[in-house]
Design a protein around this ligand. Sequence first.
Ligand code: PMP
Length: 360
Amino acid sequence: MKKTADSILPPRPAVVELSAYDPQHFETRINLSANENSFGLPPALRRRLEELVEEMAFSRYPDPTVGELRQVIAERHGVDPERVVVGNGGDELIQALLLAYGGPERTAVAFTPTFSMYEILAKVTGTRFVGLDRDRAFDIPADAARRVNEAGGRIVFACSPNNPTGNVVDAGTIRSLCKEVDGLVMIDEAYQEFSSSTALDLPQYRNLAVLRTFSKAFSLAGLRVGYLIADPEIIRNINKVRLPYNVNVFSQAAAAALMSEPGELEEIIAEITVERGRLAEAISDLGGYNVYPSGANFLLVECAESGDAVWRKLLDEGILVRNFSGVPRLENCLRITVGTGLQNNAVIDALKRIGGTWLE
Ligand code: PMP
């Protein structure tokens, strides 16, 4: 075909059909939309990171093996560093797993409603995607492994606690997925630090990969650090598709420093889980809102009336939360990140006012 003056090459067919991830970001007074840690870093840890900058060689490439940070992560979890790979955020490792194990002949499965990046990144990597329904309580059904096999699934994503529903996957379900599915099982534990169970306590199934991030409990969303713990063979294959130097000098050092001395952060995590209970109870007590149980740092709240209207009114009050009203099975649902005590009070007060006005 002849080139015309203003023609531009179309992208791959899979990309034509995609839309870019929309984080629904708006500038507001209180941002409780992205499940970040609203407490930020305690001053002493912040100073520690500032000291690191002083001694850092920014003109040099970072350690391509992310050696020191992998060692710290391995020690925290009592695993061999060979079982750890670090990514530029957890998202990058979801993509890397799909690049290494997905592709045109493979099917990835997730249990919907769930984190939308599994589907987006499956499509980006040319992998077929199948969403299997969660049950009425948003749990993964007991016969999940059979359904995955029927769908031809070779890569399974199970998010625990699940974003955006907040519930934890039970150990029995993970065991049966690992034992019965002829493929890989990624348990996405981005929010694990706010709950108690972890797939890392299960036997080391060779097809089990556990994803963690520094973006939530560890308060480093801006530095983009996530990690995957899995069989060394899986890690080796991910290393083949991972970009060299994917984690920058500062992020490697900062994450290692934080994980080596997590004491103060652990106090904040405990405070967030207490605040989660208080916020859930206060919103439920208002009437007109159904709050789902959560093991994460956010609550899924179903509004008796239009979720879109409540979302808009919260924004008018300077509070940004995540609107899931348009997502199948999450009609009229909002996801509210648990913030500081003051931020949570602002949410409760605003919902109280909105509850009295939404029928007008
Ligand atoms: N998994 C889940 C379930 C998430 O909610 C997120 C962040 N929104 C991620 C993975 C990725 O987090 P990050 O890339 O910031 O590490």
